[in-house]
Design a binder for this molecule. Structure first.
Ligand code: ZN
Length: 403
């Protein structure tokens, strides 16, 4: 199968096939499964710009329904991270007279609340009403909208140019990325920067983190693909910085072309990507083979444990669990329930595989023999919190192991 690149219209060839999948964050009610949306999760790379992208078109309205359960502030690691991001932007970029910052997808205000507390002009652009209300309750100004070229023009007309446009774990979600980049050019002042941090292709490949692919992740970025995308729209990649968050992310800084000298890190990371062949189809094809191996090993292990009469549960219900359980064909016969501390996910089921999501108290009381760690990017935080757990952890990234 071949499609056209969402950025440059070049040919995209499918390399990773994760089968028929529902929406990663749907978490339907057990008695409301009739309308589940399914699509074929194929991932490919553009021949021209090397952008890794989903090949299916999923309507934006289907993806961002009003009960979108992700709350950025639920994890203390994330809250601390974004407080740090705000401090750094205040110190480095928001230093001029009356600066203005726009955050695309401000979620519950986890980052902008610190900016609001500092008394700076800001605007969060957030299409999900429920999380926007949480942001507003923290004193954050929110425009309930999707960010695109048109919205950017309206914001500039009303508030003037932006010194910073920021986005975290949201830019790679936006299928109309071309319009976002055009919007950034429209909205940024002459020396403004567009800073965003997103899961990194290099980390996905290194960790065999195929579960990062789901409907909301329209793209997985690399330094080379972002550099190419920026160039197409009159922007330039002027800095890139690897981050540990979300199991391996990259923070990209774009400026208007010619406005800033690129930092040495850009050339260094590009050389590293070339050495790792991150811009080659063969790299994705290899990832696909390793994902198949994880599927075989994980289902074999879970069947063996069931045959031995062991009690197994899941721990953590990020969107990743939807990809893994549907790709591997894991249902309640192998994992009867998964616990998650997010109240809006509890009393619901994982889409497609229909594994019930329960509060952590159920896990503590049940004390299963084994727990599959789906929120593997929070492994340290979870294992510290569950130091009283007497069973054993099962991880499947980068390969299936019992800890
Ligand atoms: Zn392309």
């Amino acid at each position: 199968m071949e499609t056209s690149c969402r950025i440059c219209a070049g040919p995209v060839k499918g390399s990773v096939d994760l089968g028929v999948q529902p929406r990663g964050n749907a978490f339907p009610k057990a008695d409301d499964l009739a309308g589940e949306f399914f699509y074929r999760l194929l991932v490919g790379m553009c021949d021209s710009c090397a952008m890794v992208q989903l090949m299916a078109d999923i309507p934006q309205e289907v993806r961002y329904h009003d009960q979108y359960p992700y709350r950025a502030s639920n994890s203390t690691v994330h809250s601390d991270h974004f407080a740090g991001v705000a401090r750094r932007l205040l110190r480095t970029e928001l230093t001029g007279f009356d600066p203005f910052i726009v955050e695309i997808g401000c979620n519950d205000g986890v980052m902008l609340a610190s900016i609001a507390d500092a008394g700076l002009r800001h605007l969060g652009v957030e299409p999900s009403q429920e999380v926007a209300a949480l942001a507003k309750s923290k004193g954050v100004r929110v425009l309930s909208s999707f960010f695109d070229e048109e919205t950017a023009g309206e914001i500039r007309a009303q508030h003037g140019p932006a010194d910073v446009i920021f986005g975290a774990n949201v830019i790679a979600h936006i299928s109309h990325l071309d319009s976002v980049l055009k919007g950034a050019v429209t909205l940024l002042g002459p020396n403004g920067v567009f800073v965003f941090e997103e899961p990194y292709l290099g980390a996905v490949v290194e960790q065999t983190a195929f579960d990062l692919f789901y409907d909301e992740h329209s793209f997985v970025f690399s330094v080379s693909s972002i550099r190419a995308a920026a160039r197409l729209f009159g922007l330039e990649l002027v800095d890139a910085e690897p981050l540990a968050i979300h199991g391996g992310s990259m923070r990209y800084t774009l400026a208007k072309r010619g406005a800033r000298t690129p930092a040495p890190a850009v050339a260094e990371l590009l050389a590293d990507e070339r050495a790792r062949r991150l811009d080659r189809h063969a790299t994705l094809e290899d990832l696909s083979r390793r994902a198949e191996r994880v599927r075989e090993d994980l289902t074999a292990l879970l069947r063996e444990l069931r045959a031995d009469g062991k009690r197994v549960a899941g721990y953590g219900a990020p969107a990743k669990i939807t990809t893994v359980t549907n790709y591997c064909g894991i249902g309640t016969d192998l994992i009867p329930y998964v616990c998650d501390s997010t109240p809006s996910k509890q009393d619901r089921v994982v889409a497609g595989s229909h594994i019930p999501v329960v509060p952590p108290s159920v896990f503590a009381e049940d004390s299963p023999d084994y727990a599959v760690l789906f929120a593997w990017n929070h492994a340290k935080e979870i294992m510290a919190k569950e130091s009283g757990f007497t069973g054993r952890w099962i991880v499947y990234v980068p390969e299936v192991r019992i800890l």
